[in-house]
Design a protein around this ligand. Structure first.
Ligand code: BES
Ligand code: MN
Ligand code: ZN
Length: 500
């Protein structure tokens, strides 16, 4: 019964449009741009007619399918709107192609060619092909694992990108290849993150990590409960104590260079289901909590893509994996837990579990003295309130890292907003019968949670990405399915690519 996510193969090929033999020709068009002067005459006339009639305004996410003269080998042309010409960015191309391919999927097509009449001055040819590829592949993704097979869905869609001139083929090929790796990593993460809690528990996630490690030649170590106990990872154990699905810590290692020091340690929250524990969530806040593993799942995508890209880096990925459940075994409010670092934490709310499993993983990462630590977590509802659904929260103890991640985020189209988490916020998290507490009211909820995390990284440059609002969405967009988004896979990959 299980249906796999759809596959899309991208090929770069110069070809006169009137000779293209596939199902659909896609022409991205700007609202105030003239119909591509480089179009062949018959097509140019057709496009001009549609524009003159005003049936197509080239607004963002607007598409229009035109049926072509039967003498042509391809029967369909799709105009795909990009909005104002001067506002076109790589993200415009991602969304435009996402929308176009989701439309093509509704028609059950098997192939399409995108004709890029021009390369905008502000975008390199390589970046253009990369953006088109990312948008197309991410756009075609739907979570279909538990749906009856649909004969109309095309499993291997053939996308041809036609560069404006033959000369640009090499650059386009490079961009297409990079875009394919990035989008496939993002979709891999979406697929695992979309699986519900009855399918993915900590042990299943560990098995998934092992499988990917074999495929991408990474080292994978899974610390089980017994080992965690011996190591003193008591916060991971405490949060996991209420569930029959036992907790673990997954560690992935990538060595793309022989040098000794670790460039970046990645840490990702994987709560395979967050019920809140004894401080049980209200029903309307509990559904969608299968997505609480998004940070950890992202690491699986990031580190495998780094291996595919063969980046000359040394990386480590740490994924504390737990299920947060209420039971007679659960950890309780008022419990005092001794963390791996030695600091003690009093539990004020069992629903503030993310920071607990992360703090032991962060201390473990810090002990390896990496150049930087980046953690990603669906950490706080407060971040949803503060920033809405359009940006992830960025917190850090290092100005350079802030700047680097802001830049990478902007380039990748996955936006962040820098929020504070300095020592004044940590003050709020100090305890009276313990060093720290795990929750301290609503004021600055995301900032105090980040400050809590920051107290476990010693002096290592550290960034925390709160993806509570961005990792999943209930709203389908014309260019993207609802469900897991794969954020922050692409921004972190962009950052890592810039380090080499
Ligand atoms: N996983 C949640 C955060 C979350 C909320 C993610 C909404 C996505 C959407 C986290 O474990 C949590 O429950 N945080 C609490 C903390 C509070 C008890 C201090 C929250 O944000 O309400
Ligand atoms: Mn919680
Ligand atoms: Zn949570």
């Amino acid at each position: 019964m299980a249906q796999k996510p759809p596959k899309t193969t991208v090929k770069i090929k110069s070809c006169p449009l009137t000779q293209y033999r596939g199902d659909l020709i896609i022409i991205p068009l700007a609202a105030d741009g003239k119909p591509a002067a480089s179009l062949e005459k018959t097509l140019k006339n057709t496009v001009s007619n549609v524009l003159r009639l005003g049936d197509f305004q080239a607004q963002p996410n607007e598409t229009s399918v035109i049926y072509l003269d039967e003498k042509l080998p391809c029967s369909r042309l799709m105009l795909a709107g990009m909005g104002e010409h001067d506002k076109i960015t790589p993200e415009t191309y991602r969304q435009t192609l996402g929308t176009a391919l989701r439309h093509a999927d509704k028609l059950a097509l098997k192939s399409a060619a995108v004709f890029t009449a021009e390369v905008p001055k502000t975008i390199s040819p390589e970046k253009l092909a990369q953006s088109i590829t990312e948008g197309a592949l991410a756009g075609r993704y739907n979570y279909r694992e538990f749906l009856k097979p649909d004969k109309r869905t095309t499993d291997n869609f053939q996308l041809t990108i036609i560069p404006p001139t033959e000369k640009l083929s090499a650059a386009f090929r490079k961009g297409g290849k990079l875009g394919t790796i990035l989008a496939n990593a993002q979709n891999r993460v979406r697929e695992i993150t979309n699986r519900p809690g009855n399918e993915v528990n900590p042990a299943v996630l560990a098995e998934q990590a092992r499988k990917l490690a074999r495929k991408y030649q990474l080292k994978c170590t899974v610390f089980n409960e017994k080992q965690l106990k011996k190591m003193g990872m008591n916060t991971i154990l405490a949060v996991g104590s209420g569930s029959a699905n036992r907790p673990c810590l997954i560690m992935l290692e990538y060595a793309g260079t022989k040098k000794k020091n670790i460039d970046v340690a990645l840490v990702g929250k994987a709560v395979t289901f967050d019920s809140g524990g004894l401080d049980l969530k209200l029903p309307n806040l509990m559904d969608t909590m299968k997505f609480d593993k998004a940070g950890g799942c992202s690491i699986l995508g990031i580190i495998t893509a780094v291996a595919e890209l063969k980046l000359p880096l040394k990386l480590i990925g740490l994924i504390p994996a737990v299920e947060n459940m209420p039971s007679h075994q659960s950890y309780r409010p008022d419990d005092i837990i001794k963390t791996y670092s030695g600091q003690t934490v009093e539990i004020k709310n069992t629903d503030a579990e993310g920071r607990l499993i992360l703090c032991d993983a962060l201390s473990y990462a810090a002990k390896m003295k990496p150049d930087a630590i980046i953690d990603m977590a669906t950490l706080t509802g407060a971040c949803v309130v503060a920033l809405g659904r359009h940006r992830s929260g960025l917190f850090s103890n290092n100005d350079q890292l802030i700047e680097q991640i802001q830049t990478a985020a902007q380039i990748s189209g996955e936006n962040v907003w820098h929020l504070p988490s300095g020592p004044e916020y940590l003050e709020d998290m100090k305890g009276t019968v313990s060093d720290l507490v795990n929750a301290a009211g609503r004021a600055g909820g995301s900032c105090i949670a980040a400050a809590f995390l920051g107290s476990f990284v010693e002096n290592i440059p550290w960034a925390h990405i709160d993806i509570a609002a961005t990792a999943d969405t209930t709203k389908e967009k014309p260019y993207r399915a609802a469900g897991a988004t794969g954020i922050p896979v692409k921004m972190v990959l962009e950052h890592l690519r810039n380090l080499k």
